[in-house]
Design a protein around this ligand. Sequence first.
Ligand code: FE2
Length: 205
Amino acid sequence: RNDIMAFELPPLPYEKTAFGDLISEETFNYHHGKHHNAYVSKTNDAIKGTDHEGKKLSEIIEVADGGLFNNAAQVWNHSFYWLCLSPEKKEISGELKDRLEKTFGSIDDFKSKFKDEATGHFASGWAWLVLDGDELKITSYHDADTPVAHGVKPLFTLDVWEHAYYLDYQNARPDYVSALLDNAVDWDFVALNMDGDGVSRADQG
Ligand code: FE2
């Protein structure tokens, strides 16, 4: 068949200059234009002529291992990450605020725990807020690993691979995590994911 759509690099939902110094245009050029794009190309190369052609990205992530898992999971993770960010500062409100306070004590306690997880995660990976059943949890996964493979609902993520922050923050991962968490998260998107299916937000195919 030649009518099967290949996976595509999703366009950023904002201008690459929209975050000013928080996330530079150069970081977007590399992170979205080079890294994310390469994961898309490698996923398409790996599935060409296999039974995976025509499947959804999430369906591939659920069954693949090795290089295909890593590339497909990184396509999904990055697509979701871009949607978690907002160049306009937003506040945590409504049901999300209530549930974060109930689970973690206060919004400051939630942010502090998330910063600890994201900063303390050894080497490459992703820090997550997920719903595990009805329970809000902060966790992190190594390398390309993703909630899509673990049956928990993704609500919010920060990429803690060095390529996410090195150009703007050098090795100061805590500064990157704090700057984004306090100024650049789309909490409305995070709130939507509590009721919706977080996986489908960044799925393709
Ligand atoms: Fe990344």
